[in-house]
Design a protein around this ligand. Structure first.
Ligand SMILES: C[S@@+](CC[C@H](N)C(=O)[O-])C[C@H]1O[C@@H](n2cnc3c(N)ncnc32)[C@H](O)[C@@H]1O
Length: 272
């Protein structure tokens, strides 16, 4: 995991950059601030290594001439079209029941945003300190947004390894309606196929692969399923369409889409 990173900013945003530096240092990341004259596309092209930058849009990740934030505002058109019936994830996670849900693999938080918009109350957990700080920043910026304020109100962000978080819940005999798991970004080659047309998504994926090489490709998240099944009435796992079951555990029910599928596990001991 990245534990030291450069941060580029213009002098106007230096104090803002320092506050991110403090927050990230508390989360174990050493941030070296470099003040530059103009943080623009040319500068980013000339400085292609993975770094952070701070400007009027807040904190972003940048590399290879690109800049990226979770960008929840860009999801608004999709949210406006979404219904409980049209969204497979909503059916899989039983969102019509307005569940309390733990999304144990936050990433960019896009799945959570959709589920919170459709009525879930979500605890969103991310263990990567930089990704978590980007999410936190996006959420803060939307607290007064006319459309998203009500949605982000239903999202609690937690900086933790979900394995530890779930373990703690088990020890203290807590239960939850749904745990949602999406542990792996698609592999680079699948990724190119699946998202050929969506330039913005492709850009986000490229930067995330640079930030999360191990988390995305090595840690498959099998242990999260074992823990989640002990405390959730329903566990839903998002998988690439043809992938093997998480932790080799056959599913109780499956929803198949074109690019991905949702595997559901029900815990009859917890369902009233
Ligand atoms: C594929 S992404 C999730 C994408 C997300 N569903 C979305 O809509 O943007 C997986 C994320 O889960 C995080 N993650 C994986 N294992 C984790 C764990 N044990 N605890 C917390 N976060 C974890 C990774 O750091 C990564 O950001």
């Amino acid at each position: 995991m990245v534990s030291e990173i450069r941060l580029f900013t213009e002098s106007t945003f230096f104090e803002k950059a320092q506050s991110y530096q403090t927050v990230l240092s508390l989360r174990g990341v050493v941030v070296n601030i470099t003040t530059i004259e103009k943080l623009n596309a040319r500068f980013l092209r000339l400085n292609p290594e993975l770094a952070l930058c701070v400007d009027e849009q807040g904190l972003s990740l940048c590399a290879n001439g690109m800049k990226m934030q979770p960008d929840w505002k860009a999801e608004i058109p999709r949210l406006k079209r979404a219904t409980l019936k049209s969204e497979m994830i909503a059916r899989a996670c039983n969102i019509s029941e307005k569940p309390n849900l733990i999304d144990a693999t936050a990433g960019l938080g896009h799945d959570t945003l959709l589920m919170a918009h459709l009525g879930a109350k979500v605890t969103l957990i991310e263990r990567h300190p930089i990704l978590f700080t980007l999410l936190e920043d996006s959420k803060k910026q939307l607290e007064n947004d006319p459309f998203l304020a009500k949605v982000v109100e239903r999202i609690d962000l937690v900086f933790s390894d979900s394995a530890e978080y779930l373990q703690q819940m088990i020890i203290t005999h807590q239960t939850i309606d749904v745990v949602y798991l999406d542990p792996m970004f698609p592999q680079r080659d699948q990724n190119q196929q699946a998202i050929k047309k969506q330039a913005q998504v492709k850009k986000q994926m490229q930067l995330l692969h640079m930030l999360l090489p191990e988390d995305g490709e090595m840690d498959l998240g099998d242990h999260l399923l074992v823990l989640a099944r002990q405390l959730a009435k329903r566990v839903v796992v998002k998988r690439p369409r043809l992938a093997v079951f998480l932790n080799d555990q056959a599913t109780d029910h499956q929803w198949q889409g074109d690019a991905c599928r949702f595997d559901a596990y029900f815990n009859s001991n917890l369902i009233e």
